[in-house]
Design a protein. Structure first.
Length: 117
């Protein structure tokens, strides 16, 4: 599966953004999908994941209550709705496909999110 992330940008603290990740091919429904992020000088970290059916989601503690992950099987797309953005959310965001609670082995190219204070 090939992934194309989009939707990043420069916003002020408190604003919202929605990231999209479009997947190619007919196998989208087989994969759990996830978002990771990497801030300058830091390791890549997990942000959110959604199971292949969409019935289960997982979010890292720092974004719970602010971010929502969803998927649209008809559009082969996974979304990350980000509300109440904080400067510490600034990072390159990557989408990935893989196994629920397992390994993610297909990655998109990343989209930059910058939150100014």
């Amino acid at each position: 599966v090939q992934l194309q992330a989009s939707g990043g940008g420069l916003v002020q603290a408190g604003a919202s953004l929605r990231l999209s990740c479009a997947a190619s091919g007919r196998t989208f429904g087989r994969y759990a999908m996830a978002w990771f992020r990497q801030a300058p000088g830091k390791e890549r970290e997990f942000v959110a994941a959604i199971s292949s059916s969409g019935g289960s989601t997982d979010l890292t503690n720092s974004v719970k209550g602010r971010f929502t992950i969803s998927r649209d099987s008809a559009k082969n797309t996974v979304y990350l709705q980000m509300n109440s953005l904080k400067p510490e959310d600034t990072a390159v965001y990557y989408c990935a496909a893989g196994a629920w609670l397992g390994v993610y082995n297909a990655w998109g190219q990343g989209t930059q999110v910058t939150v100014s204070s």
